[in-house]
Design a protein. Sequence first.
Length: 517
Amino acid sequence: MKNILIIEDSKTINNIIKNELKKLGLSVSQAFTLKEAKKFLEKKKYSLIILDLHLPDGEGSELIANIQSLTKTKVVVLTSLQDDDLREELFSYGILDYIIKDTNLLYSVAEIVKIIQKVDTKKRDKILVIDDSKFICKQIKTILEPRNYIVKYALDPQDGLRQLHKEHFDLLILDMELPNIHGLKVLESIRKESRFISLPIIVLSGMSTPEIIRESLKNGASDFLKKPFIFEEFVLKIDLWIDYFKQKEILEKQTKELQHLNENLEHLVEEKVSENREKDKMMFQQSRQAQMGEMIAMIAHQWRQPLNALSAAIIIINQKVKRGEFDLETSQKITTKMKDYLEYLSTTIDDFRNFFRPENEIQKTDFAKITQKARSLIEGALLSKGIKLEEHVKTVTQFYAYENELVQVVINLLKNAEDILVEKNIKSPTITITITGKILTIEDNGGGIPQDIMEKIFDPYFSTKSKREGTGLGLYMSKIIVEEHCHGKLTVSNTNQGAQFCIDMRDKEEVTSAANS
């Protein structure tokens, strides 16, 4: 619907209609007299004319007779005159509608908008008419084609059934008094075929006894209209049944899709879970690789002192041998120290090897054991940077978990605390570990986490490290390990000193019991 011409002598009504149509993005012209209207029509072609029948300088109906095709230039009559004979005559020309201007003008305008939206649809629905009256068939064609319907007709039932099987139709209009075969028989044969079960069928009959209406509806008619029909009622029922048929098809399609989705939902969930597992495995591997680099640095740091001592012992042995002072007592003292250094190196390697050994079975453990393992691996690195590590053990309670994985989490939390304390250059940097039963807290005095990133802290690939590279996987994987692997809870909050991470390995019953007490 490109261009619309409003021909209405009332400026108020003309402007109200124009404003409503402008909201739809339509191009609107206004004429207030018959003379103005004719000038507009000489200069330009319009898709739709909204026409008042009584104008100051003549009758608007004169324009309808001059329009060659009401299929291309559509007309909606808007009038205050209720003239049944004129209305029927105008419908026979092919007007879209005959709307009475009453006190509820906004409703009349809403009807115009509804007609425009109906006519402006891209898909043209197809209607088949089976009626032996050529006049009725042409009358229906004249009424419906301007409303954007494709109308085909058959004058005998055999031709009608042939067309129905050959093409797709959105609605069937069926006469009852047909040559050779009664309409009820035609109706019954159509409804026997599964492809036509949902097809809307409107029976059009010159007889409208209760028995005929009942038999028609009983044999599969969707609706019943008596000849001669009222134009507005006829058009309204066509629109309603077409729309109903469309909505039903859409609903059936959506229902099938929903059923298919429900049938395959379990499989889809399994696929997604499998994908997420693979993703988590990859992230876990990346996190482990990143930690391995940190661990190697820790090994190097912890080995530096004993290696230096071994080197010094070798130098002392060489010097004493050269001076002839390398006696049995000296040899025993030096070799004992060297054995201690070598044992320390071997223990360090065993600690790190155990840390990276994968666990297949869950085991009984506690936070005292876990923190002791973590401290043996990382405490030297913390002390070398002047970071004090305090531990307060209030109570110790055992629980089941993957011990090495929780050691990895504790090390990761301690490393994060170390990074923030070094980055902020905190005076008297301190990390405090507190064990209370099945709850472990790790708190630093680094000032805390900004509130705007608190919710993102456990997101994958999110990192707060600014001066050195960070994968952003450490805290994400720590949460996965604690909550999904070990069925605990990992949270973070800010205290007066800094950030505090809490690992809670109590089960739901214990948490509920503690809350109630």
